[in-house]
Ligand binder design. Structure first.
Ligand SMILES: Nc1ncnc2c1ncn2[C@@H]1O[C@H](COP(=O)(O)OP(=O)(O)OP(=O)(O)O)[C@@H](O)[C@H]1O
Length: 529
């Protein structure tokens, strides 16, 4: 614009920055708060997952109480108590009053939570639907118990502290009164719009599935009518703690690589590759640089976007060792069997934990279990128990890779009848994927994407347990046939005794009957099958 020209008056812009809290307040369905029935499951899930993560992180056998009261039309009070490590005073308000604040996001380590959003989003949902803040008591070992009442300032995405006090051991301010004093742990209380129901999509079912996958936890649910359900601990063995890993070059995307270079203090491209990635030693780093045609002694921050892309492509072409698998924490066949046994009481259980595999540079491991007969309802089709990192998945079954894998198995080969692709009978099928990065289909973490490598592993594992179930069902069928024949023949023995004596003209009917019984028993003994 030339000098002296009058500047047109700037119109005030319609554009305005929004905070992440405001975004999720408007889009709460993305996080699992789309209706009162689902919301109460989501709040329970977020709190229970955190409790289990925190317990396992510190190798504490989890003890979790979920207490629910109806306080009005479609309104519930929910309290969740745990015996985990507890939180310090500075951290409490941020955990419950700020979205995207957590300890797990920057770690490449298998855990239930990841994004630092679950529990603060629950607190925001409470505030939005009942106008009330969340109350938290948290105590670390040897420290005082801190009680906080916190709101979220959604415009700023910052906690607003309403109460901050220390609660003494003898105080009635303690959750559950002074008789419920804990040495370490956290209790959360919030009022939410909620509908407590039964059925597949219910808090009860969510906790039952959690109890199956985490049999080393003791979980207690108090339902609104006062009914108490205990999911007992049946093992004192916690699964092996997963180790944190660095990313593997085969699983990194360009944007991430650019950010890693920006944040790196490495002096050369070679040392950057060695320091920031797993499985890249001096030789592989030099191979990558050679393949990319980039001097390995260059400073990483002198690389432009195209060079970074070339470097990344080269890293993906160079043969590297697979990432280490100790970042995974499967629960193992024994715990799967214990979990299924205690909650379902079936006749037969088969479990299989596959060896870890790698998908796009990400290690993952699949475990499956089958439970058949016993207390499981004979009626209709099977039930699926889907888990990702030990967390039950109750929704979006049809778009989940677990369901696709189940449907790819020919169950009738294993003596299980089928309707279409679905097996029939008194059957529960458990499928678990453990991974540092589970490819969920959405932020709500409700279903796992249908990736071929994952589906294949699930199918192989299901075929393995399917074969075992099939063999056992065949044996059972043969046993039943033998049993029937034995019953028929022994019933004839009584009538045949006198007839044979008459024909032969000698012996006693009792003696003949005894001999026939002995012969039948030797030839048709179902125990020998
Ligand atoms: N009961 C608890 N005991 C100890 N630490 C907790 C507890 N609840 C939450 N935290 C801490 O608060 C952080 C934030 O929890 P939040 O549920 O918001 O996110 P997350 O579990 O990290 O991830 P996601 O959003 O995927 O669930 C956690 O990373 C954890 O460090």
């Amino acid at each position: 614009m030339s000098e002296g020209m009058e500047q047109p008056e700037m119109e005030e812009s319609d554009h305005k920055e929004i905070s992440v809290a405001e975004f999720f307040e408007k889009n709460r369905h993305l996080l699992g708060f789309e209706n009162p029935q689902k919301s109460i499951i989501t709040v329970t899930k977020e709190a229970v997952d955190n409790s289990l993560d925190a317990c396992e992180g510190d190798e504490i056998l989890p003890e979790i109480h979920v207490l629910i009261d109806e306080i009005g039309d479609e309104k519930c009070r929910i309290e969740i108590r745990d015996n985990a490590i507890g939180l310090d005073r500075e951290t409490i308000p941020k955990v419950f009053g700020k979205l995207l604040y957590g300890s797990k996001f920057h770690k490449l380590q298998q855990s239930r939570g990841q994004q630092g959003i679950g529990i603060s989003a629950s607190a925001m949902y409470a505030q939005l639907t009942t106008g009330e803040p969340v109350t938290v008591w948290s105590k670390q070992e040897g420290e005082p118990c801190h009680k906080f009442v916190v709101r979220i300032d959604t415009e700023k995405n910052e906690p607003e502290i309403i109460e901050d006090e220390v609660v003494g051991k003898d105080s009635d301010e303690f959750p559950g009164g002074k008789d419920y004093y804990f040495d370490h742990g956290t209790t959360i209380e919030m009022n939410i719009e909620a509908k407590y129901t039964g059925g597949h999509h219910s808090v009860k079912n969510y906790l039952k599935h959690t109890a199956i996958m985490n049999p080393y936890a003791r979980i207690v649910l108090r339902e609104p009518d006062g009914n108490k359900i205990e999911y007992p601990r049946v093992s004192k063995d916690l699964p092996q703690k997963p180790k944190e890993i660095k990313p593997h070059p085969h699983g990194v995307e360009l944007g991430i690589m650019m950010r890693m270079i920006e944040g790196s203090s490495a002096r050369t491209v070679s040392s950057f590759l060695q320091n920031e990635f797993t499985r890249v030693g001096r030789t592989s780093a030099d191979d990558i640089c050679e393949e990319a045609g980039i001097d390995s002694d260059r400073r990483p921050n002198t690389l432009d976007k195209d060079e970074i892309e070339t470097l990344l492509k080269a890293a993906q072409n160079v043969k590297l060792q697979s990432p280490p698998k100790d970042c995974l924490s499967p629960i193992g066949e024994e715990l799967i069997e214990k979990g299924l046994q205690k909650e379902l009481n079936p006749d037969m259980i088969f479990a299989e934990t596959r060896k870890p595999k790698v998908y796009k540079g990400n290690p993952f491991q699949v475990e499956v279990g089958l439970a058949w007969g016993g207390d499981i309802d004979e009626e209709g089709s099977f039930d699926e128990l889907r888990f990702a990192n030990k967390v039950p998945l109750l929704y979006k079954k049809s778009s989940c890779v677990t369901t696709k894998a189940v449907e790819e198995v020919s169950w009738n080969r294993y003596n299980v009848s089928q309707t279409g692709d679905r097996p029939q009978g008194p059957l529960y099928i458990l499928v678990h994927i453990a991974s540092v990065w589970v490819p969920f289909t959405s932020e709500g973490k409700e279903a796992v994407a249908n990736y071929e490598d994952i589906r294949k592993e699930m199918k192989l594992a299901l075929q393995e347990v399917g074969r075992k179930l099939g063999r056992e069902l065949k044996r059972q069928e043969r046993r039943e046939i033998q049993e029937k024949k034995k019953r028929q023949l022994t019933s004839y023995a009584k009538e045949m005794g006198p007839a044979i004596v008459e024909l032969a003209g000698e012996g006693s009917p009792e003696e003949i009957e005894e001999k026939i019984q002995a012969m039948v028993h030797a030839d048709y003994n179902p125990e020998q099958l």
